[in-house]
Write a protein that binds this ligand. Structure first.
Ligand SMILES: [Ca+2]
Length: 266
C-alpha cells in the first residue's frame, strides 16, 4: 500500500513539475519574428517558361478547373481572356470592355466570374464558360486585386486593407495587412493558395504571403531575378499570380511581360 501511495505522490510531483513552466509563461503574445525576404529559388523551382502576350496589361490571373483566365487593364486595352493555351499564350475566347472601362482583378466564386474596375465604382459578372456579361454591381472602392478562398471573394484596393465579400460584393469582414507590425499598402494581385494569400506589391518584385486571419505577412519572396522585360518601363511590373489546383503549380507573369513562368512549390 505504502508503495502505491509513494508512486501516486511521485506521479503528482512529476505532473506539477511538468505543468510549472506553462503557468509561468508570459501572458502577452510573443513579438513576431522579423519577416525575412527570401529569393524565390528558396521556396520554388522554376519548371517552365511560356509566352505571354506583350499587349496584355495583366491585372487578374487565375485557373478554374485547369482553365487559365486573365483580365487586363487600361482604357481601350481592357479584356477578359478565357482558356489561354499556355504553350502559345492564345486565348480560346475573349471579352473586350468598352473604352471607358479599366478592368482590374478577377476571380470565380460559385459559378460566377467577377471582374473589378479601377475607378468606375463598378464590378461586372460574367458566365465563366461563355464570357457573357451577366450583371453590373455598384462597387464603392477602387478595384485592384481579387481572389477567392472558395467561400468568399477577397479584394484589395491599393490600401493595406483586404475585403472579404459575399457573392453580391457585400463586405463581410476586413483585415489590415501588416509587415513587422506596420500596415503594408499597394497590395495588388492576389491568389489564395492552401489557406494563405499571396499578394504582389504594386511596382515591386516582391510577393508577400499573408495570413488571412490576422493580416500578418509571414514571408516575403523576391522575384527580381526571375525576369527582366525586353523593354522595361514603369508599367512592366510583376502582376499575375495563378495557382493551378490540377497540377499544384504556380504561374507568374507581369504587365506587358513576354513570358509567364511555371513554378513548383519545394
Ligand atoms: Ca490571381
Amino acid at each position: 500500500m505504502d508503495k502505491i501511495i509513494a508512486i501516486v505522490i511521485s506521479l503528482l510531483l512529476v505532473s506539477c513539475v511538468a505543468t510549472k513552466p506553462a503557468t509561468e509563461a508570459p501572458t502577452e503574445s510573443t513579438p513576431q519574428a522579423e519577416v525575412r525576404t527570401v529569393p524565390y529559388t528558396e521556396l520554388l523551382t522554376l519548371t517552365e517558361e511560356y509566352p505571354h502576350n506583350t499587349e496584355s496589361f495583366t491585372q487578374g490571373l487565375f485557373f478554374r478547373n485547369g482553365v487559365l483566365y486573365e483580365s487586363t487593364g487600361r482604357y481601350g486595352e481592357s479584356r477578359l481572356h478565357k482558356g489561354i493555351d499556355i504553350k502559345s499564350g492564345q486565348p480560346e475566347m475573349s471579352y473586350t470592355f468598352d473604352n471607358q472601362t479599366f478592368a482590374e482583378g478577377s476571380a470565380v466564386l460559385d459559378g460566377t466570374l467577377y471582374v473589378l474596375t479601377y475607378k468606375q465604382n463598378k464590378a461586372y459578372t460574367f458566365h465563366p464558360e461563355t464570357l457573357e456579361m451577366q450583371s453590373t454591381i455598384e462597387y464603392p472602392r477602387e478595384g485592384w486585386g481579387l481572389t477567392t478562398d472558395g467561400e468568399q471573394l477577397i479584394a484589395s484596393d491599393g490600401t493595406p486593407t483586404l475585403y472579404f465579400m459575399d457573392g453580391s460584393l457585400n463586405v463581410l469582414s476586413t483585415v489590415t495587412v501588416t509587415r513587422n507590425g506596420t500596415p503594408l499598402k499597394n497590395i495588388n494581385e492576389l491568389e489564395y493558395i492552401n489557406g494563405e494569400i499571396l499578394a504582389n506589391i504594386w511596382q515591386s518584385d516582391e510577393i508577400v504571403i499573408i495570413d488571412p486571419k490576422t493580416g500578418e505577412v509571414t514571408q516575403a519572396i523576391d522575384f527580381k531575378d526571375l525576369y527582366t522585360p525586353e523593354n522595361p518601363t514603369a508599367d512592366t511590373v510583376l502582376n499575375g499570380i495563378a495557382y493551378n489546383e490540377s497540377n499544384g503549380k504556380i504561374y507568374i507573369t507581369g504587365k506587358y511581360w513576354g513570358k509567364m513562368f511555371e513554378l513548383e512549390i519545394k
